[in-house]
Design a protein around this ligand. Sequence first.
Ligand code: ATP
Ligand code: MG
Length: 509
Amino acid sequence: MSVLPLLSLTASALALAVVAPLRGRGPLARPHAGARAPRALCLEPAFEQLDVRPDSLGAPCDFTSLGVRIPTVLAALEAQNISTPNALQRAAFAPLASGRDAILHAYTGSGKTLAFLLPLLEQLDATSREPQALILCPSRELAFQTYRVAESVLQHSALRAGVAAGGANAARQMEKLRKERPQLLVGTPGRVCELAFEWRKLKLQRVRHLVVDEVDDALQSGNLDATVRVVASFRDGRPLQIIFASATADTPMVRRSAVQLLDSPLMIRLGRGEGNGGAPELPQGIAHGLYVLPAQKHLEAIRQLANSEPKPRCIIFVDSPHRARIICEKLASSYNIDAAPLYGQQEREQKVDVMRKLVEGKLHFVVSTEMGARGLDIPGLTHVVNLDLPTDHQHYVHRAGRTGRAGANGTVISVVAPNRVFVVEKLAKKLGVQLESVSFKGGKQVAAPAKRARPSATSAKRSPRTRSVGGADAQRPRAKPVRDRGASEAVPTGRREDRLMRSPRKARP
Ligand SMILES: Nc1ncnc2c1ncn2[C@@H]1O[C@H](COP(=O)(O)OP(=O)(O)OP(=O)(O)O)[C@@H](O)[C@H]1O
Ligand SMILES: [Mg+2]
């Protein structure tokens, strides 16, 4: 491999570059994969693309006519009131069921899980009791959620789903896998590595289909080494279908990895074609609010939200587990609001309990780290609050996407100090979303369109249709950004903003 392209890759991508040739030229190579151009030299690769519009449903279609043939799966979908495949699922089924490699780039809550799961199930052999398909998820919660989705469609079927994800006892998990011998395995890269390579108990020899969900996250440091190790274990020349999925799958890093690991992938893009400079799209049902308050009053926004009608169900995002715990304590002591923290290092039982209470409406406020932003499907979530701002537009997309799923409505409220408004405006501009000022009057949430803030000639074309923020604080002229005293409660550090304000890093040749 040439040294030049390696210089342009990040440390984590470097590991991929080491593994990737295994698939192209070494033992990972598939019979038809040899005739490609030198892969590592291709930095902005183009793939065959299938554009899918959310409303382009065409003729009426159900899952049977789509090609789902397993009667128990059809019955299970029906029982869950999922009777009509959506546009993404219609478009993705045939290519994925034919075994083609693909990248699913489709906004949050658009049903990517069933879009890749159903065509996979059609390709599994129920008579063989070894894992034939592996779905890798970067977090334990997402792995368990995906496992539950698989279990729910496979009940009464001859096919079985199993889970190998951290946070639960590894020995018991392995014992269950040994007994049930599932054909479909859902796991986190770390636990799969532990069971397959350290314990050498989990057999992956018959895996022919690999899904990397939240692929851009899976290829970040922290997950990358284990992800790469799992993928590298398939380097025995077997035919292997690989599917990448994410609402933010179209990044340079994912594209480069796809060139390395996938064979002539089909990029399936779900979007309304609004063309905001290639930035990921968000579901239409999400309103994007901005609530401007002095930093020391940010929790006041939560109090007002808590007292509003209809009663909200909300995830509040903050920077760290410590912040999550502190905010919960403050909400309880100052405002008598019952809120529970959610973060990665928590006991699994605690996390399950928090999520269950939120879904059942027994808890209305969860204060979460970034861990809660990826993939989690929480029916009935009405609000996402950014109490600490996301680091970039992709993090905004995933946080926002916890609400407004599957065609539902939802609201994101970014609570910011006056001198931080520009950060949210910058995000909105990047994503092409309209910001509205939020306030609460008489226990009702009000989203007020207002005149645009600081329009600039250059932003006219890709305008986020930003409106200036209403309310007393918001109307104040914005001061120069200064260090915000008391900002520890809600304001991101200068370093985070610096990152946000920098233009996206370009791949060096
Ligand atoms: N055809 C369908 N009809 C009705 N509901 C559906 C359909 N397909 C999926 N759903 C529902 O849509 C919700 C979101 O699905 P899913 O979690 O797969 O979204 P996603 O695209 O993976 O989102 P994210 O990017 O956040 O991971 C789920 O509650 C799921 O049950
Ligand atoms: Mg998902």
